[in-house]
Ligand binder design. Structure first.
Ligand SMILES: Nc1ncnc2c1ncn2[C@@H]1O[C@H](COP(=O)(O)OP(=O)(O)OP(=O)(O)O)[C@@H](O)[C@H]1O
Ligand SMILES: [Mg+2]
Length: 260
């Protein structure tokens, strides 16, 4: 008689396959925030580009299933190619191996309206089915918030660290604290990156880091250069020496204080 699998058995098997597929990734790092639009994708893309520029082998997973932005930010118009065994070949740009829902070739403005279980399943499948190979770093760009995608990543992926991005604005800081508390509940190590600091939103996310007893990884200014690099589909770390230096500090702190 064939073995009958319960949904829980299937989920366990999928988790095992996913873990096996990313077992050759040294560091798995998620970039998250409570609030939307604070710069997660910008930070994720630039961390990946900086690691790649330093000669590390890097992957980037767009875990934003209903609003995937990585393809747009990096100017990728290709769609996934498949191996003979129907596995996904990540698309390479700036020496980064990238996987995103947008590479399945649906028109850019097609709404992806998914309930939680589908989001869970899509993230698990992209982690499991992508030929990541041997990587030093896998950066996971998360959608905003602490629900479906965040829970899947924190519960199932053996993360080595989380980068929480916040603007210095009160509302964003409050939501960053929420994200940090979820990370704590899952026993994950994390650090705080302040983005869009300057005259408009002010400064001060380092205070939140102290309150949370978490490392403050660095601060990025609100700058026209960063915004324009997004329109030019070029990671700012490859175009601006000044901003690259700020990312260098973030990377050093991340290595020492979160991954170390
Ligand atoms: N430091 C900055 N200075 C100027 N513009 C910035 C900065 N950081 C991000 N941006 C711009 O702000 C917008 C939102 O950034 P981004 O997409 O990275 O945010 P996000 O947190 O990933 O958003 P979402 O929650 O929708 O995923 C983009 O247009 C980006 O170019
Ligand atoms: Mg984003």
């Amino acid at each position: 008689m064939p073995e009958i699998l319960t949904p829980m058995d299937r989920m366990e098997q999928q988790t095992d396959r996913m873990k096996e597929n990313i077992s050759r990734v040294r560091y798995k790092i998620a970039v998250m925030s409570g609030k939307g639009g604070v710069g997660k994708t910008t930070v994720a893309v630039n961390l990946a580009a900086l690691f790649a520029a330093k000669g590390y082998k890097v992957g980037l997973l767009d875990a934003d299933i209903d609003c995937p932005n990585i393809g747009k930010i990096l100017g990728i118009n290709e769609t996934f190619q498949f191996t003979d065994s129907k596995r996904l070949i990540p698309i390479e740009k700036y020496d980064i191996k990238i996987a995103s829902m947008s590479f399945f070739g649906q028109p850019e403005d097609t709404p992806h309206i998914f309930r939680g279980p589908i989001i869970h399943s899509a993230i698990m499948q992209m982690l499991e089915m992508t030929e990541w190979g041997l990587l030093d770093f896998l950066i996971i760009d998360m959608p905003p918030g602490t629900s479906d995608a965040a829970l899947t990543i924190m519960q199932f992926v053996p993360l080595d660290g989380i980068v929480i991005v916040t603007t210095p604005q009160e509302l964003s800081l409050q939501d960053a604290t929420r994200s940090a508390n979820v990370a704590k509940q899952f026993g994950k190590r994390f650090g705080i990156v302040e983005n869009m600091a300057g005259d408009v939103f002010g400064k001060g996310a380092d205070k939140i880091a102290r309150q949370l007893d978490a490392p403050f990884l660095g601060s990025l200014p609100l700058s026209k250069e960063i915004r324009e690099s997004c329109d030019k589909h070029m990671p700012i770390v490859l175009a601006s020496e000044k901003i690259r230096k700020e990312f260098e500090k973030i990377v050093e702190n991340l290595k020492k204080k979160v991954l170390g």
